[in-house]
Design a protein around this ligand. Structure first.
Ligand code: PHE
Length: 347
């Protein structure tokens, strides 16, 4: 092919190229090792010297021409491909979105947080003990030696073999012992201990696993009046200002004197209904002044320090507050149950 023919076919071929691949094939065809322009270039050595310069220039012009057209077409192809891709991937913002499901807090988490917030605002710290406990911490150091009849009411799950001395704690009072023992200075304490406890129970109002919160205050000059004021405030804050609180003498081996605390029935407001068994009152707390034996067993000087302690089942508060009829639903793990509480708390 002579120069003119190469030029014509080059324009023609490039014109006809339909895509990037055809374009690149042409590059090989014209500028590759055996390409048409390359071949022209090789002819230089066979032509007379005086024509070499002009011939060389023309070959260069051809090469430039090829490259210019090539670049132009290549850019056009790439732009078209990009546009096509963009069109294909366009997001239709008018489509309805997929609903993102928002999680919600379990009612027991809600109640625990409310209790903790209240006590933290009164200067208490939060302490959580383990659920697997020793017989000493759960009973003996709370003034319930082996064989004590009051253990019966708190029958629980015992570990076997070399862990025979361990059990699933039946009350958060065990955390009292831990807090007192861990306090090496044997000074004042103000703590609440929420957590799971276990007992051999199972019906609509009792579950083998439930949650308690324990309070312990130790200091000099702590009296029953402090206990009363604290628990009255606590009941009113959690259950509403209209709640009346009543203290009845009771017995716990680790407190002396001991009380049980009743609140006016949240359902009937004290008039009497099936929930409160027509009495107008519902029992919610056990409490009392820490027994001197308990203080001494954990290294406290009972002539210098006094304390009060209280314990309550948080599930009962959740049941009252949210109107949950069966405690077992709290631990049933049904998402339809858990979801409802966002609305109830107005979150
Ligand atoms: N631990 C007792 C119970 O589970 C409640 C309690 C706690 C009573 C602290 C007095 C003081 O029944």
């Amino acid at each position: 092919m002579n120069m003119e023919e190469v030029k014509n076919s080059l324009i023609n071929d490039l014109e006809k190229a339909n895509d990037l691949k055809e374009l690149n094939d042409l590059k090989v065809e014209y500028l590759g090792k055996k390409g048409k322009i390359t071949e022209l270039n090789q002819m230089i050595k066979d032509i007379p010297n005086e024509e070499k310069k002009e011939f060389g220039q023309k070959v260069n012009e051809l090469r430039t021409m090829f490259n210019d057209i090539y670049e132009e077409k290549k850019n056009a192809f790439e732009a078209a491909a990009l546009n096509e891709k963009l069109a294909k991937e366009a997001i239709d913002i008018t489509l309805p979105s997929k609903k993102v499901k928002r999680g919600s807090k379990h009612p027991m988490t809600r109640i625990t947080e409310q209790f903790e917030d209240l006590f933290v605002s009164m200067g208490y710290t939060v302490y959580e003990g383990p659920e697997i406990e020793s017989d000493e911490n759960c009973f003996q150091k709370l003034n319930l030696p082996k064989g004590h009849p009051a253990r019966d009411a708190q029958d629980t799950f015992y570990l076997k073999d070399e862990y025979e001395n361990f059990l699933l704690r039946s009350q958060t009072s065990t955390a009292q012992v831990r807090v007192m023992e861990e306090n090496v200075e044997k000074g004042p304490i103000r703590v609440v201990c929420p957590g799971k406890v276990y007992r051999r129970d199972e019906d609509a109002t009792h579950s083998h696993q439930f949650m308690q919160i324990e309070g312990l205050v130790i200091d000099e000059n702590v009296s029953m009046a402090d206990l009363k004021g604290t628990l009255e405030l606590f009941c009113k804050k959690i259950l509403g200002e209209k709640t009346n609180v009543r203290f009845r003498p009771s017995f716990f081996p680790f407190t002396e004197p001991s009380v049980e605390v009743d609140v006016t029935c949240f359902k009937c407001g004290g008039k009497g209904c099936p929930l409160c068994k027509q009495t107008g009152w519902i029992e919610v707390l056990g409490a009392g002044m820490v027994h001197p034996n308990v203080l001494e067993m954990s290294g406290y000087d009972s002539t210098k320090y006094q304390g009060f302690a209280f314990g309550t089942g948080m599930d009962r508060f959740a049941m009252f507050k949210y109107g949950i009829p069966d405690i077992r639903t709290i631990y049933g793990n049904d998402i339809r149950f858990i979801e409802q509480f966002d609305k109830k708390d107005g979150e």
